[in-house]
Design a protein around this ligand. Structure first.
Ligand code: ADP
Ligand code: ADP
Length: 230
């Protein structure tokens, strides 16, 4: 599904160059459930931005389903991103004036899908995250865990190849975190490939593989032992 080969990312600000990723090699197979962990500033966001086709590497190669993403134009990158990647963010990033259903419909509108098909697909996605009874609620009428589940429904509604989640439980209390991690687990059980950035050890314990990054390098890549399953 994903292959990174000697990936380097250099940020240049004026004359100053900073190597945020240094010769990263990583392979992710379909159906994996991975956490990327590491201290602040270690390069997690940079790696996610590249994996999510939001940014390009400075050197090295990124193959996504055997397409060399590193060489694509901005338009091609956007197209592959919209088709292949579903994003979940720490701050939910829902539009406050829209209902749950309308928030989930948005990517379908951008994809040019007809109204009746959109409603059907959005309802199915909300059903998968257990929110069939909250279709017409606005974000401020939902709990933190419910908001994040709407965001997950939005991320999966176009059936992406990969779900990328950046600190998805960072704004949630323990109970809501459990709610959200159960959803990720059930999506992975159904075959979804999930890559999750997290600071929290117990969140990483729910995933199947832990990739530890430090100073722009992968320093550990291991199967999660004693995985926590609800
Ligand atoms: P993390 O997500 O692990 O906190 P980041 O990927 O955000 O780490 O950042 C890795 C390093 O790259 C940090 O030292 C950060 O300051 C630097 N960095 C990130 N983005 C930029 C940028 N746009 N320009 C310059 N330096 C950056
Ligand atoms: P995170 O909370 O994920 O670690 P950061 O606070 O490190 O994120 O960075 C937030 C945003 O700011 C990122 O998009 C990153 O690219 C950018 N950024 C981080 N460090 C720098 C920097 N030194 N110069 C410019 N942009 C930066």
């Amino acid at each position: 599904m994903i292959r990174l080969e000697n990936l380097v990312k250099v940020y240049s600000t004026g004359k100053i160059e900073f190597e945020a990723l240094r010769e990263v090699n990583l392979e992710v197979k379909k159906g994996e459930y991975i956490s990327i962990v590491g201290p602040s500033g270690s390069g997690k966001s940079t790696l996610m931005n590249i994996l999510g086709c939001l940014d390009r590497p400075t050197k090295g190669k990124y193959f996504l389903k055997d397409v060399d993403v590193s060489s694509l134009s901005d338009d091609e990158l956007a197209r592959i991103r919209n088709r292949e990647i579903g994003f979940v963010f720490q701050a939910f990033n829902l539009l406050p004036r829209l209902s749950a259903l309308e928030n989930v419909e948005l990517p379908l509108i951008y994809a040019g899908i007809s109204y009746s098909k959109r409603i059907k697909m959005a309802k199915e996605a909300l059903d998968k995250v257990g929110l069939s009874d909250r279709l017409h609620h606005k974000p401020n009428e939902l709990s933190g865990g419910q908001k994040q589940r709407v965001a997950i429904a939005r991320a999966i509604v176009l059936n992406p190849s990969i779900i990328m989640a950046d600190e998805p439980t960072g704004n949630l209390d323990t109970q809501s975190s459990i709610e959200v991690m159960k959803i990720f687990q059930s999506l992975n059980d159904e075959g979804a490939t999930i890559i999750m950035v997290t600071h929290e050890r117990d969140i990483a314990q729910h995933t199947k593989r832990e990739v530890r990054i430090r100073d722009g390098r992968i320093v550990e890549d291991k199967l999660v032992q004693n995985r926590v399953v609800y």
